[in-house]
Design a protein around this ligand. Sequence first.
Ligand code: ZN
Length: 212
Amino acid sequence: MNNDNSCPNCGQIDWVQTMPAIAATGMSTVQGSSTYAGVGIGFSGTVVPVIGSGSSTSAQTTALAAATRPAPPPSSVNGPATCGVLLLFATVVMFAIAGAAVSLSTPTEQSASPIGAWLALGGLMALPFALPALAAFLVLTRRFRDNARIARGLPVASALWEAAFYCHRCGVCYWPRSQEGGIAARHPVSPFQFQQIVWNAGGYGFGGQAVT
Ligand SMILES: [Zn+2]
């Protein structure tokens, strides 16, 4: 049977491509996901961390390549790490300033402990930095966990992904031969379903959201 790799929908082979071929043609210009991080000052003077992934890469990825990629792109950890450290530093500085202010305003002969005043003032001043710092480190922890999960599951998902084909005429993905995990041979699925199957096989099917 030379016809093995043909599309199960139209039975043709002329508009058929393997997943690695689609990735090579669709994602060759991708620079990597851009992540921005920084600190913004809100109206009330509060400092808010600004962390996010840039969507600039998506323009360079064809929708098909994005929809059929074997794994979500890894989340950058540099942004939240830098942000968290800077905010933590600002928190410490605020406590230092509060300490200086309290010691200056406390008469030396009055030996009442200024620790309470220092903690109160320092806490008040540091809070706008400490809370975003905590948020940044929470984001960082989650990204580390997600990336580790993707790295663990990628070999299994990639093997499944490499074995699949796509028919440009019908817009369907399929495996010419049956795969582990109960995947039937020559059963057409949409790119979205394909992504769900592959990502779930890798153990990182985050609800199977499409990366546009
Ligand atoms: Zn077809």
